[in-house]
Structures are given as C-alpha cells and as structure tokens.
Design a protein around this ligand. Structure first.
Ligand code: NAD
Length: 387
C-alpha cells in the first residue's frame, strides 16, 4: 500500500512540453507526477503559443521566468541554473515527439514521452541509443498498464494459472469519432493528418494501448507474423484509418487479434483484453479496471477484486486505498510516474532496478507494431513477417 512514504531522496526537478490549457492529456500527467511528491513542476513550454503557455504556467505557480516560449529555449536556458530541471514530460502532438525527445536527451534530461515515441523504428532505435549513451530514462505513458489488475494478470500468467497461452483478443474500440468531429475539434484534427499524426490514426492512437497490456501480461510472446486491414469509414480521413483489424501469430504458436476503432458507435471506451490459456482465461476491461475475470473451464467464473488479500503481493503493493473503493486511471498513471521517478534516480546512481515500467523498449515496440500493421494493410491486407 502506498501511504506517501518516500521512495527517492528529493523530488526531481521537472518540466513539461505541451499539455497546456485545454489539452486532453496535460492534466493527468501533472496529477500523476505531482501525486506522490516525486516530481516538482518548476518549468515548462506548455503551449505552442508562447503567451498562452506562459499564462498557463503562471496559473500553476511556475515562476514566469521559467515559462519558456519554446522547448529549445527551455532546454538551453533552464539546465544552466543551479536548480535546473532534471526531467521533462512531452505531451505534444505526435509529429513533434522525436525532435523534442532527442533535444531533451541531448540536454541531459530524463524523459517521459507520450506515445507514439516517434514515427519509425529507425528513429526509435536512435532515441534508445542516445538515452543509453547519456544514461537517461525514457518512460512512455501507456497509462492503463499502471492498473493493479494488470499486474495481477501478469502474475497469474507467470504462475501458470491459465496453462499455456493460446489466444489473446484485444480491442480499443470507442465511438467518439463516428462522424467527422475533427471539423470542430482541434485535438482530433491533427490525429487524422498524417503530417502530424504519423502513418496511422487508430492503430497508433489507441491500438498500441491493449498491445502494450499484452506485452506486460504475457512478456514471453513474440510476434512472428501479422496481417492488418484498415479502413477510413469517414472518407476524409484517408489515408489514415478510423478502424483496423490486426491478426498476429506469436513464436509459441499462440495467436492474437487487435481491433482498433474510433467509429464503434455507442461504445464508450471499449478497451478490453482477454487472455486464453489451455485451461482458463482472464479478461480485463478498462471501464471496470478494479475487476479481473478469471474463468476456469468447468468451474464458475470468478471476479477478482482490486485490493484483496488473495491477490499477488505485486498487485496490492501500489494500492492507495482499501478494497471496494474504486481506483481509476489517475491512480494507474500515478503508479507509473512513481516507477519513472525511481528508475530515473536509479539511473543517476548507476543502480539496477527490479521493477518493470513502460520504457524505451515499450515505445520502440509500439512504433514497430504500427509500422508493420501499416505495411501489411497498404500491401492489401497480407500476412507479413514481423520486422
Ligand atoms: P491536444 O491537441 O489536446 O494538446 C496538445 C498540446 O500541446 C496543446 O497544449 C498545444 O498547445 C501543445 N503543443 C503543441 N505543439 C507544441 C510545441 N511545439 N511546444 C509546446 N507545446 C506544444 O493533444 P492531446 O490529445 O493532449 O495529445 C498529446 C499527446 O498525448 C499525443 O501524442 C497523444 O497521442 C498523446 N495522448 C496519450 C494518451 C494516453 O493515454 N497516453 C491519451 C491522449 C493523448
């Protein structure tokens, strides 16, 4: 249980790029980072509009002289201060992640980067090599993976509760973009513009979330081949897709599917993962994140509840309130930011860590998966070897 106990000696001096007023994801970054006093927000280039960014930073009690007009000025100036920033979170649209992340690493900063880390595997490898050379952490905000019941599923798979894994069915299928909402919504407009969003819309925007959950829960499965079909039901979104199906074969003989969809009319979030083994299955749905269904063949189904003593120790270690009280996405993100902070300090002290978190490899894998899906889909929805 987390009681607010110290896990690092001093809060990391932290900044944000993007995540400004009205952005979708900025607030949860701040809420997660500041929750356990492992970070303190001291600087930022919060908005593409410098004036708006400054006004917003001042609202958050950041000194006005540390509300910078852009990330380049911040990285050049702030790190020179005796109390200069040590870490930065990047919460800007996709097309800027690569250059901002690279600049941050070159400035000697640890990074938390939004997904997708970048657009190509070559860029991802370059960022990973740079982080390694400069002894820095890159954390990726696959926020759902911070839910406690994902940890429970991981432990149960490792303990053999399901037997050998045969099938993983995944989906992130919401209905919010069933019509061209981008005409009136800036944060959807860039998502369907390949220059800013990258080579995909829903595959990269939402499909990589359950994909990463599968990597956490069943880390031994490696994709061998895949086939993807993608569609733009709202025609103006082409060449970017608002629906996609991906079928994957793993090196163990298991198979998996990911349904990525923004036009699933009537669905709220629709992010689910079902892991099917030879003797039992697990199922988790992000709209009920405190529960995990465990279904053993020929036995009544069980619903495992967050916070209960029957769970694996790792699945109750980051509880913040007792069982029965709902924890949510804010807590899941806070769990990840806590691990990011511990990983950053361990890096600085050249110590090994014994916990997982969505790291640069997770970011690389997401980029690689999208790249492969797009290659398969654009070649006519054919099976391709996973590169
Ligand atoms: P948004 O359009 O709502 O907000 C983007 C913010 O970035 C705005 O404040 C904008 O002014 C600022 N910005 C843009 N360019 C900038 C620059 N060069 N310098 C400084 N600030 C800049 O976008 P969003 O929906 O918040 O998405 C941002 C990123 O977060 C995207 O990469 C998206 O994929 C990701 N995201 C992740 C999750 C998740 O669950 N991890 C959820 C939503 C969004």
């Amino acid at each position: 249980m987390i009681f607010g106990n110290k896990v690092i000696e001093k809060p990391l001096r932290w900044a944000m790029v993007g995540g400004g007023y009205g952005s979708q994801i900025g607030y949860i970054h701040r809420s997660a980072a500041l929750r356990d006093f492992n970070f303190e927000l001291l600087a930022g280039a919060f908005d593409v509009d410098p004036q708006k960014g400054k006004e917003f930073g001042v609202q958050m009690h950041v000194d006005s002289d540390r509300c910078y007009p852009d990330y380049k000025t911040m990285f050049a100036e702030d790190v020179k201060r005796p109390d200069g920033i040590q870490a930065v979170s990047i919460a800007t649209p996709n097309g800027t992640h690569y250059e901002i992340c690279k600049a941050a690493l070159e400035a000697g900063l640890h990074v938390v980067c939004e997904k997708p880390l970048c657009f190509t595997s070559t860029e991802a490898e370059e960022l990973a090599a740079l982080a390694d050379k400069n002894n820095k952490v890159i954390g990726i905000t696959y926020g759902y993976s911070g839910h406690q019941m994902i940890e429970q599923a991981r432990e149960m798979v490792a303990d053999g509760a399901l037997g050998e894994i045969r099938i993983i069915n995944m989906q992130f299928a919401h209905g919010f973009h069933n019509v061209a909402v981008e005409a009136n919504t800036a944060s959807t407009k860039w998502r369907v513009d390949p220059k800013i969003a990258g080579p995909s819309y829903v595959l990269g925007d939402i499909g990589t979330h359950p994909l990463y959950l599968s990597e956490v829960i069943a880390p031994n499965l490696k994709i061998k081949r895949l086939m993807c079909s993608r569609q733009s039901f709202v025609k103006s979104r082409a060449p970017l897709e608002d629906n996609a199906y991906t079928i994957m074969e793993y090196d163990t003989g298991a198979v998996g599917t990911v349904w990525s969809c923004a036009v699933d009319a009537g669905s709220m979030h629709g992010q689910k993962i079902r892991i099917i083994g030879e003797k039992a299955s697990l199922e988790w749905w992000d709209e009920h994140p405190n529960q995990l269904r465990y279904e053993v063949q020929n036995k009544p189904a069980q619903v495992l509840e967050r916070g209960m003593g029957y769970l694996a120790p790792q699945a109750i270690a980051e509880d913040r309130i007792g069982a029965g009280h709902p924890e949510g996405l804010f807590e899941a993100w806070a769990n990840l930011y806590r691990r990011f902070a511990m990983a950053m300090v361990a890096k600085d002290n050249k110590q090994e860590t014994d916990f997982w978190y969505p790291d640069v490899k997770a970011g690389m894998e997401g980029v690689r998966w999208v790249e492969n899906c797009v290659r398969s889909a654009d070649d006519g929805g054919i099976w391709i070897d996973y590169k």
